[in-house]
Design a protein around this ligand. Structure first.
Ligand code: WT7
Length: 648
């Protein structure tokens, strides 16, 4: 198959399309002609205490200010729960499956309301006030969803931290965010591995010391493992929370009050938290998820992303609930404890929409077709992917074998900063092209900018930018607006730069070519190579290091690290030890695929490391290096090639 395969819009005979091709065109046209009117109409998707009268206010130039629905007032937990309490009181809102814990827990909208209110009361009792930050570091369990919504209810800003982060990584984020309360778990299993949530949190708080503002911790007992509790600070989640009242009057928020912040990686070493605000975010979550996934009675959406990522926020929690849907979470891993585990979960829970990462598709594809074909997957109607590029052959496998050519595959492109789908198909209303994230949603003004900074018209390739704000756009980087402006508005003045490169074909379909900065994507997890280099720089035995991403058959990309040891420390530093150190400092997801101790790195005459060359060498290439005339010293190339070859 080539990347020119086109599946026509009408291919899925039984698919209940949300819109006709003409309907989709009409929406695009409306958004283009009257953006304010269009977005105010979309704002009707959620419940407002006070309806907004304006769409966007702000500017993409100068200091950059992004504000949406400014005079509106609302509470996001009301948009996701209370407004469904009459109509859908007994509909299941959340299915929470935990491996090894028996049948999945099911919470109706009524039950979700009760739990969220109890926690909202408990957090208030602990002194949490509107605008303060609450850190949530939990495995995939119902309390994670409840915690986010309880923060929203009291107007606290949630900061969800990934359980795979190291104690150092968590400490850094707790200090930066100045979170006052932490909600975490005892221990949890991830596949065969035990994840020590509480222990890691204790270590993080010890490390942060007086720089942290945390005064209380709620601990969900997610296992029977013993757990150390610090009297006065730590509380058993259910022992504490379940005594509080099951009702809490939601705090009315201004549209621009922050809802949450979320850490992500960029091209500098320090992780940054992007800030999302209540009104724009929830409208955008409702709109994007309603457009791409649509929620019909009886639908069950299983998005396999961890809540700690933006997909976990928008596609697991806020998008499905704002649409009155049923969302499913699970802490299971594909292929664990046996191949086909996920297909059993689809079958058992009658999942109608499955949304996962290409890396999971590739790993399940490797298990063979038999594993899929043995199961009854007839409940499925729509398949989705996001987070990294999917090759046409993996797309077609997902489509043909999992979906039996019945279910459209929606490859959606988005980011922590965009908060929801920006590029993605409306199934049934437009053709699909395997390997392409298709076209911008109505209202998104996507551009391709060439090297001279000019807008490319028609087919062409360049930097992927967005020329006009959208409601779910990140407002700033927490505590560093200058960095926000510089990172996202420096490439094409007056436009948001995504960090990605893309090609647009003659039909207007987008093909992502990958990051243009030094950010790599390991199994859907974003990692800045500078983060790795910074961590290695902390070791005094390391003179310099360079981290690069190379293609990996399952993970998409893998991390390879080159390290120049100090001469007198050469015997002490081992490649294995360095690998362990990186994983310990940053988190397991950042464990390098390979580490090479080398005497020097390829540089230009001005001393800049030539990463392009390192990437090729790390992939085992020994020729076709392209133009090397800028190199300072050619001999280092041979030394590096020999080094990589000796190991492979
Ligand atoms: C980066 C953002 C989907 C949200 C979760 C990831 C890459 C994302 C795709 C896709 C090719 C993709 C981009 C983007 N990416 N979706 N469908 N095809 N690449 O959010 O962690 O902020 O990462 O993921 O490089 O910039 P994130």
């Amino acid at each position: 198959m080539t990347d020119t395969t086109v599946i026509p819009a009408g291919f899925y005979k039984d698919y209940p399309a949300l819109l006709s091709p003409e309907g989709l065109e009409a929406m695009r046209e409306h958004a283009h002609r009257d953006p304010d009117g269009f977005w105010l109409e979309q704002a009707e998707r959620v419940h407002w205490h006070k309806k907004p009268t304006r769409g966007f206010s702000g500017s993409f130039t100068g200091d950059v200010s992004i504000r949406w629905f400014e005079d509106g007032q609302l509470n996001v937990s009301v948009c996701c729960i209370d407004r469904f309490l009459t109509e859908k009181a007994d509909q299941v809102a959340l299915i929470a499956h935990r491996e090894g814990h028996g049948p999945a827990e099911k919470l109706t909208y009524t039950m979700l309301h009760e739990r969220v209110c109890r926690l909202a009361n408990a957090l208030s009792h602990l002194g949490v006030e509107k605008g303060q930050r609450v850190a949530i570091c939990l495995p995939m369990c119902s309390e994670a969803v409840v915690a986010m919504l309880a923060c929203a209810r009291i107007g606290a800003v949630h900061v969800v931290l990934f359980g795979g982060f190291s104690a150092e990584g968590i400490a850094e984020r707790l200090v930066d965010s100045q979170a006052v309360v932490v909600i975490t778990a005892s221990t949890s299993r991830r596949g065969a591995k035990m994840v020590p949530f509480k222990e890691t949190m204790d270590a993080a708080l010890q490390r942060a010391g007086a720089s942290s503002a945390v005064h209380s911790m709620l601990v969900v007992r997610t296992s029977d493992d013993p757990v150390m509790m610090l009297p006065g600070r730590d509380h058993d989640y259910h022992g504490f929370v379940d005594h509080f009242e099951a009702d809490f009057v939601p705090v009315v928020m201004k549209a621009e009050d922050p809802l949450f912040m979320l850490y992500t990686s960029g091209s500098t070493g320090k992780p940054k938290a992007v800030v999302h605000s209540c009104g724009g975010y929830i409208v955008w979550a409702a709109y994007t998820m309603g457009m791409v996934y649509t929620f019909r009675p009886g639908d069950v959406l299983w998005c396999t992303a961890d809540v700690a990522w933006i997909t976990g926020h928008t596609s697991v929690v806020y998008g499905p609930l704002a649409n009155g849907g049923t969302t499913m979470i699970s802490d299971s891993l594909p292929g664990h404890p046996y191949p086909g585990r996920w297909w059993d979960l689809v079958q058992e829970n009658k999942v109608t929409m499955l949304f996962t990462a290409p890396t999971a598709v590739r790993s399940m594809m490797a298990e063979g077709d038999e594993v899929v074909l043995k199961r009854d997957l007839s409940s499925l109607r729509l398949l989705g992917v996001a987070g990294e590029p999917i090759s046409p052959d993996a797309w077609l496998w997902y489509h043909d074998v999992v979906g039996q050519k019945r279910c459209p595959v929606a490859d959606t492109w988005w980011q922590t900063e965009t908060a929801g789908v920006v590029l993605g198909p409306i199934a049934g209303a437009q053709p699909l092209k395997p390997g392409s994230a298709s076209t911008p949603l109505p209202g998104v003004d996507m551009r391709i900018i060439d090297q001279q900074g000019n807008t490319v018209e028609g087919a062409g390739e360049g930097a992927l930018c967005i020329a006009r704000s959208w409601p779910g756009q990140a407002r700033t980087i927490w505590g560093d607006h200058a960095r926000f402006v510089q990172t996202y508005f420096g490439v094409a003045p007056g436009q948001y730069f995504t960090g990605d490169g893309a090609r647009r074909d003659a039909d207007g379909y987008y093909w992502i070519t990958g990051r243009m900065d030094d950010v790599i994507n390991i199994a859907g997890h974003r990692l800045g190579t500078a983060e790795v280099e910074d961590v290695l720089g902390e070791d005094h035995r390391v003179v310099e290091s360079a981290a690069v991403g190379i293609p990996h058959p399952v993970k998409g990309e893998a991390l390879v690290v080159f390290v120049i040891p100090r001469k007198d420390a050469a015997g002490e530093l081992t490649e294995e030890g360095i690998g362990r150190f990186v994983a310990k400092q940053l988190g397991r997801y950042a464990a390098p695929e390979a580490v090479y101790l080398v005497p020097d790195l390829p540089r230009t005459r001005s001393g800049k490391i030539v990463r392009r060359l390192l990437r090729k060498i790390a992939q085992g290439e020994t020729e076709n290096f392209g133009d090397l005339s800028a190199l300072n010293d050619m001999a280092v190339v041979k030394t590096l090639c020999d080094r990589v070859w000796a190991q492979s």
